[in-house]
Design a protein around this ligand. Structure first.
Ligand code: EPZ
Length: 417
């Protein structure tokens, strides 16, 4: 099992280019199931999760060809509607094939994705939404089975904004008969990107990016060529790393419009941030100020940046209250930061009190999920000594060549096999 080894104490400097967004690419690749023909994706990140969804679609009969950064998916000959447990368990975002399969084939059988380290991750709203569109849903032996001669447009109100729930229903509604209105929909940039791609394929979607999305059903969608948007969480991760090390970096190929919540909070810690259309310069300050954060659905502060921010607050001047309002168990990384000398107490449920310390100490630590691993890298960059992070397969799910990118920014970091 690979490990990442980091010797801390270096200020990051230089330039880094952001990869395509994992959480945009996954629903977009799933949406190719709606099309009889080839859909071409560019700026595709080279990640484990991308390989997982490619494997899943090929198992359903899709033909995929890919080379550096591009992926062509042809779902003309898909002849299987069952997404099997062995494939779905590798990546719970596989649930994103449910909506497209039942919309195009009238039938889908998808293994229940189950939970993960950060929470139970239910999909009840995905299923309630499909039922509102006329699908009959049954749950047997760990599988979801959805059937519908043809989905019928309807109104559906999400109890809570759900990113993949909104994506699943938006994709399903594109081929429904009549109009669907999704209320209390999620507003993430990845949803806007998916709607834009579906409209390029001939769908009729409006309101994306707001909490009310309207989809007028059409009879079929056509091939298109789609470019994956930059990864806003990778962008935020490098921004926090620059601030933590007191460095000065230029982040290219990003979209500052997507990270207002992160910029706002990072400026409050004392970092200097200069933005242009597709790049951001982050200049860290000597004394990091403590700030409180509460994770919220977009455009609030993203839950996927909470772990990285906790590492930054661990060496800030003062106390920071971090409230995780999206997932019920997203403080697992705190235990590993404590082993590095951080002073963190989890006060009741989803709130952590972080008391800044002068310096973290290197230690052998273990990643528990994708963003926790990023948090440990940031801690390793500033800790005194050499840190080894195990279970970095979590990191490889969502960060493309992260040790190479940090190394180019001057970090003493390497992957050891
Ligand atoms: C997406 O997960 C992202 N994954 C997550 O990123 C991200 O943390 C999350 O959105 C929140 O922003 C992808 O886009 C592939 P949700 P998703 O449904 O869609 C509850 C990463 O690190 N809920 O928006 O699964 C749920 O329990 C990953 O890249 C229901 O109750 O998250 C949670 O409390 C981690 N019923 C809240 O909604 C449902 O049917 C938001 O979850 C669905 C969700």
């Amino acid at each position: 099992m690979d490990k990442i080894q980091i010797t801390g104490g270096r200020k990051l400097h230089g330039e880094v280019t952001i990869s395509g967004a994992k959480n945009a690419a996954l629903p977009l690749i799933a949406s190719s199931l709606l099309v009889k023909g080839k859909v071409l994706f560019s700026n595709v990140p080279d990640l484990r999760d991308i390989r997982s969804i490619k494997e899943l679609l090929e198992d359903l009969g899709a033909r995929c060809s890919c080379e550096a950064g591009t992926l062509e998916m042809d779902c003309s000959h898909v002849d299987k509607i069952e997404a099997e447990y062995e494939l779905v368990r590798k990546m719970r975002a596989s649930i994103l094939v449910l909506g497209p399969l039942v919309a195009r084939f009238g039938h889908a059988k998808v293994s229940l994705p189950g939970g993960c380290a950060i929470g139970a991750r239910p999909v009840n709203l995905h299923l309630a939404g499909l039922e509102a569109l006329g699908a009959s849903i049954s749950l047997e032996h760990g599988y979801i089975e959805a059937r519908a001669d043809r989905l019928i447009g309807n109104e559906f109100y999400f109890d809570t904004p759900t990113v993949t729930g909104t994506e699943n229903l938006m994709m399903a509604a594109t081929l429904a008969k009549g109009t669907t209105v999704l209320r209390n929909a999620a507003r993430e940039p990845e949803i806007v990107a998916l709607a834009s791609a579906l409209n390029q394929m001939g769908a009729k979607i409006s309101g994306e990016g707001s909490s009310v999305i309207t989809i007028e059903g059409v009879d079929q969608l056509s091939p298109a060529s789609i470019r994956i948007i930059p990864d806003r969480i990778e962008t935020g991760t490098f921004m926090v790393a620059a601030a933590a090390t007191g460095g000065n970096i230029l982040i290219n190929g990003c979209d500052p419009e997507h990270i207002g919540g992160i910029i706002n909070k990072l400026k409050a810690t004392g970092a200097r941030i200069e933005t242009s259309k597709d790049s951001i310069r982050v200049i860290g300050c000597e004394q990091i100020k403590s700030v409180d954060i509460k994770t919220l659905p977009y455009p609030g502060f993203p839950t996927d940046m909470q772990a990285q921010f906790m590492a930054l607050m661990s060496i800030a001047d003062g106390n920071s209250v971090i409230h995780e309002s999206i997932f019920e168990n997203r403080f697992v990384h705190a235990n590993e930061l404590l082993r590095m000398g951080a002073n963190i107490s989890i006060t009741g449920g989803n709130t952590a009190m972080v008391r800044g310390v002068k310096e973290l100490q290197a230690a052998p630590v273990m990643a528990s999920d994708l963003r926790a691993s990023a948090s440990l890298v940031i801690a390793g960059l500033v800790a005194k000594g050499t840190t080894q992070i195990s279970r970095v397969y979590h990191m490889d799910r969502g960060y493309e060549a992260i040790e190479k990118k940090f190394s180019l920014l001057g970090a003493d970091i390497q992957r050891i096999r």
